[in-house]
Write a protein that binds this ligand. Structure first.
Ligand code: SF4
Length: 183
C-alpha cells in the first residue's frame, strides 16, 4: 500500500522538474528552491541510504518515466560507475557550480539563475546519456548521488539482502532502474 503510493508519487514528480525549468527561464529566483534537491539526498542518506534518489528526486522521476521511453536500455558502462570518474564528475560539476556562485554571490536572482543553468545543463547531459545507454546513466555519477552513497556507506552500510528463495531469474535487474544485480 505505502509502496504503491510512493511509486505513484514518484511517477509524477518529473512535472516538478519540467515546471521548475519552465518557470525558471522567466523567474530565476525560483532556482533557489532547488537547493532542497541538492541537500535532501545527502540528508536522507544519513538514515536511509539513497532513498531520495529512488522516491523523491524529480530528475530521477524524469529519467524513469520520460527518458526511459526513448532509451535503448543498454547496460550502463562500468566506466561511469567507477570511483575515479565519479570523483572527477563531482569535482567538475561542483567546481563549475562554485565558481559561478562566487560571481553571482549577493544577488539572489543571479544565484537562482546559476542553479537553473546547472540543473538544465546536467539534465541535458543525462538525456543524451539516456538516448545512448540507459535512462539512469547520469545517476551513476551524479554528484549528489555520489555524496549520498558515500555518506550512507560510511555511516551505516546497507547490504542488499537476497532471500534464499531467489531462483536467479534476473527479473529484479530488469525492474531495477539503477541496474542493480541482486541475484
Ligand atoms: S543520483 Fe542525482 S539525479 Fe539521480 S536520483 Fe539521485 S539526486 Fe536525482
Amino acid at each position: 500500500m505505502v509502496f504503491t503510493m510512493m511509486a505513484n508519487i514518484q511517477s509524477k514528480l518529473f512535472w516538478v522538474l519540467l515546471g521548475f525549468l519552465a518557470i525558471g527561464m522567466y523567474y530565476p529566483l525560483i532556482g533557489l528552491v532547488a537547493l532542497v534537491c541538492m541537500f535532501a539526498p545527502v540528508a536522507f542518506s544519513f538514515a536511509k541510504g539513497r532513498y531520495w534518489c529512488g522516491n523523491f528526486c524529480p530528475r530521477g522521476s524524469f529519467y524513469d518515466h520520460v527518458a526511459s521511453r526513448f532509451s535503448p536500455q543498454k547496460p550502463i558502462p562500468a566506466f561511469f560507475k567507477s570511483t575515479p570518474f565519479r570523483v572527477f564528475a563531482l569535482l567538475f560539476v561542483m567546481g563549475m557550480f562554485g565558481s559561478q556562485m562566487y560571481y553571482a554571490w549577493g544577488s539572489a536572482e543571479a544565484m537562482g539563475a546559476v542553479i537553473i543553468r546547472v540543473i538544465f545543463a546536467t539534465t541535458i547531459v543525462g538525456i543524451v546519456l539516456s538516448l545512448l545507454f540507459h535512462q539512469r546513466t547520469w545517476c551513476s555519477f551524479c554528484p549528489m548521488g555520489t555524496i549520498s552513497a558515500w555518506v550512507s556507506s560510511a555511516r551505516k552500510p546497507m547490504p542488499l539482502l537476497v532471500s534464499e528463495a531467489c531462483v536467479g531469474c534476473r527479473l529484479c535487474t530488469k525492474a531495477c532502474p539503477l541496474q542493480l544485480r541482486p541475484y
